[in-house]
Design a protein around this ligand. Structure first.
Ligand code: SAM
Length: 246
């Protein structure tokens, strides 16, 4: 198997050459039954802090698998510091949105309840699994943090002064992404509204907030999950790690 198609697992253990990793039950099933790996086969592991290491299966049985940690393969690197704030959607749409946000490099994911949010609950355990799977698949080194659901107004009232907030305004009154994003480089957060959109009161509050800038994603109304993908993509291209010259 080439390094490009390498099998990557997220683990909790500290990682260093010569160490050992004990796989979870789910990982044992994946490695032995799904991928049909055997003793001495290579698995890459990362833990969101020490970088990525090459390991080899040292022992395995029906229900266990140990990995011997070899050389460091990649140094630890964090994604650019951009948070995603989004209103929970229906189950599958939330799962999809979170997976795409991880692939697109969101550093923190914050579900927010707005006035017109239709689903105010999330399933944190399921979303954590989705986050880890997307981090493994996308070969990122860090794993974004999933925050508990919070009321939008509460979050904005205690907003950190050093973080620019870009909110996507579907009413057509926002600025151009290509102009507004690069004018406010640095640590950022992107806020996408619910299927019902933002209320007039919320938009007023956002307009009055220092460090908050409205962005339009064009004249077509996008589904919330599409707006998340479009917003993160534009930010990565203009201010994040899709732009190598920064
Ligand atoms: N119910 C709203 C309406 O009919 O106008 C549409 C809400 S849209 C499905 C969900 C969220 O995606 C919006 O609150 C906004 O944050 C974002 N969004 C969708 N289209 C957008 C656009 N063209 N420009 C900026 N944001 C957009």
């Amino acid at each position: 198997m080439s390094k490009k198609n390498r099998i990557r697992l997220y683990v909790n253990a500290d990682l260093y050459s010569g160490g050992t990793v004990v796989c979870s039950e789910k990982q044992v099933h994946y490695l032995l039954n799904v991928m049909r790996l055997k003793v001495n086969d290579t698995v890459y592991v990362f833990n969101g802090r020490d970088g990525e290491f090459e390991t080899a299966i040292s022992e395995c049985g029906r229900k266990y698998c140990r990995l011997k940690v070899g050389e460091k393969f990649k140094a630890f690197e964090k994604c650019p510091d951009v948070w995603l704030l989004f209103a929970p959607l229906k189950k599958d749409q939330t799962d999809f949105t979170v997976a795409k946000a991880v692939e697109l490099g969101a550093a923190k994911i914050i579900p927010v309840v707005t006035e017109y949010t239709s689903a105010s609950k999330i399933r944190p355990e399921r979303l954590e699994e989705i986050i880890i799977e997307a981090a493994e698949q996308s070969r990122r080194q860090d794993v974004p943090e999933l925050m508990p659901v919070v009321n939008l107004k509460t979050l904005l009232t205690n907003w950190p002064a050093d973080r620019v907030l870009f909110y996507f305004d579907e009413t057509g009154k926002g600025g151009d992404a290509a102009g507004v994003f690069p004018e406010h480089k640095g640590v950022a957060a992107l806020l996408v509204g619910p299927e019902g959109g933002f209320s007039e009161k919320e938009l007023e509050f956002l307009r009055d907030m220092p460090y908050a800038y409205s962005i339009s994603l064009g004249s077509r109304i996008l589904r919330a999950e599409t707006a998340v993908i479009a917003g993160l993509s534009c930010w990565q291209a203009l201010c994040g790690d899709w732009r190598r010259s920064l």
